[in-house]
Design a protein around this ligand. Structure first.
Ligand SMILES: *Cc1c(COP(=O)(O)O)cnc(C)c1O
Length: 389
């Protein structure tokens, strides 16, 4: 193939694909072997060494999509995140975490790091100064997430990356919500990009996987930790993930479009009190989002007016599923106050802006009018039963 820069759908479909030299099949052959004859002393293929033919092939596709030199596939998003973090940390080091963080990552920080003698601070907000304020002389890693869950705040990637570079600190970002279709943090100077591939990369709610993408130099370090922790992914799932990623740009673009139109519709709905979506001009960081994202993503959140009970509203939905996970082809909703942020006190939730009436909405690929119809019938059903008879 020519060396000219290829388009997104071309990369998703072809990059890294293995050639079926035996039968000329259209898809990458699946190699399930856990044992390979030595090719030479340096190359010993083994699943936990992250170098089976299918692991390497998918790694090439992911590196191309994230504009990284190299990428590795893990058994889950948390395997990728915990391995990458531990690769850059040792006893005595300090980490700065963005305040709004995926629940599993928050849990990893507060339950695991102390055991290794690693300290951490959560920022007060998501502006560059919020990160700057909590940096210590022993800070080794700054960890960020943008857009954030569930309020869809936007962090200035270039601003944080520049701040970190000045001080010799590594930046790690969870790019799950955006997907590589909408955002490529490496272009803004971020060092390490991580994904829960369980979400947009898998896209069909049937795969659990994770990804780390970075420079070869950083990845050498991550690799040494990764082979010890052993969080590699089975080749069968690697193969399925390659199949899913072929349609990722198509899916994510449809989800972006649904989310933007849904956000605009919800703003106009009199039973909705607030809508959080970086694609809305009224979003406080809309201009920043425009400058660092290619699409605004398929996730949004909104508040129902207080007279509409969220649990009743969920029970009345017929098409949209109340569900913990996100980014599938099917639209899903959850109440962060009752799930991901349930352990937080109501006061702390209120401080972060996570009200009981907040709904997180993962847009699928269904027709917009069907989704709007479902929301309208669920709201009117919820209102009719709460009216005194
Ligand atoms: C789901 C998720 C994770 C964790 O991924 P798993 O595949 O469940 O381990 C990490 N970050 C974000 C933003 C997620 O949505």
């Amino acid at each position: 193939m020519s060396q000219t820069k290829k388009g997104l759908n071309t990369l998703c479909t072809h990059e890294g694909a293995l050639e079926d030299t035996l039968f000329k099949g259209a898809t990458s052959p699946l190699y399930m072997s856990s044992s390979y004859a030595f090719e030479d002393v340096d190359l010993k293929r083994y699943p936990r060494y992250f170098n089976t033919p299918n692991q390497e092939a998918l790694g090439k596709k992911l590196a191309a999509l994230e504009h990284a030199e190299t990428a590795m596939i893990f058994g889950s998003g948390m395997a990728a995140i915990s391995t990458a973090l531990m690769a850059f940390l040792k006893a005595g080091d300090h980490v700065v975490f963005q305040q709004t963080l995926y629940g599993g990552t928050y849990n990893f920080a507060v339950t695991q790091l102390e055991k290794y003698g690693i300290t951490y601070t959560f920022t007060e907000g998501w502006d560059v100064v919020d990160f700057e304020e909590v940096i210590q002389s022993n800070t080794k890693v700054i960890y960020l997430e943008t857009p954030s869950n569930p309020l869809l705040t936007i962090t200035d990637m270039k601003g944080v990356a520049n701040l970190a570079k000045e001080k010799g600190i590594f930046t790690l970002i969870d790019n799950t919500f955006a997907s590589p279709i909408n955002q490529n943090p490496i272009d803004f100077g971020i060092d390490v990009v991580m994904h829960s591939a369980t979400k947009y990369m898998g896209g069909h709610s049937d795969i659990c996987a994770g990804v780390v993408a970075s420079s070869k130099e950083n990845m050498d370090r991550i690799y040494q930790t990764a082979i010890c922790f052993g969080g590699s992914l089975s080749d069968y799932t690697v193969w399925l993930l390659e199949r899913s990623i072929k349609t990722m740009a198509l899916r994510v673009k449809a989800q972006n479009e649904n989310a933007l139109l849904m956000a605009k519709y919800l703003v106009s709905n009199p039973d909705v009190a607030a809508v959080n979506y970086p694609g809305l001009e009224t979003h406080p960081e809309h201009e920043l989002a425009k400058s660092q994202m290619k699409g605004f993503g398929g996730m949004l959140s909104f508040e129902l007016k207080s007279e509409i009970d969220v649990s009743h509203f969920f029970r009345n939905l017929r098409l949209i599923k109340p569900s913990m996970s996100l980014a599938g082809l099917e639209s899903t909703m959850i109440s962060p106050a009752k799930t991901s942020h349930a352990l937080m006190s109501p006061e702390d939730r209120e401080k972060q802006g996570i009200k009981d009436s907040l709904v997180r909405f993962s847009l699928g690929i269904e027709e917009l009018e069907d989704l709007i119809g479902d929301i309208e019938q669920a709201i009117s059903e919820t209102k009719s039963v709460s009216l005194p008879v």
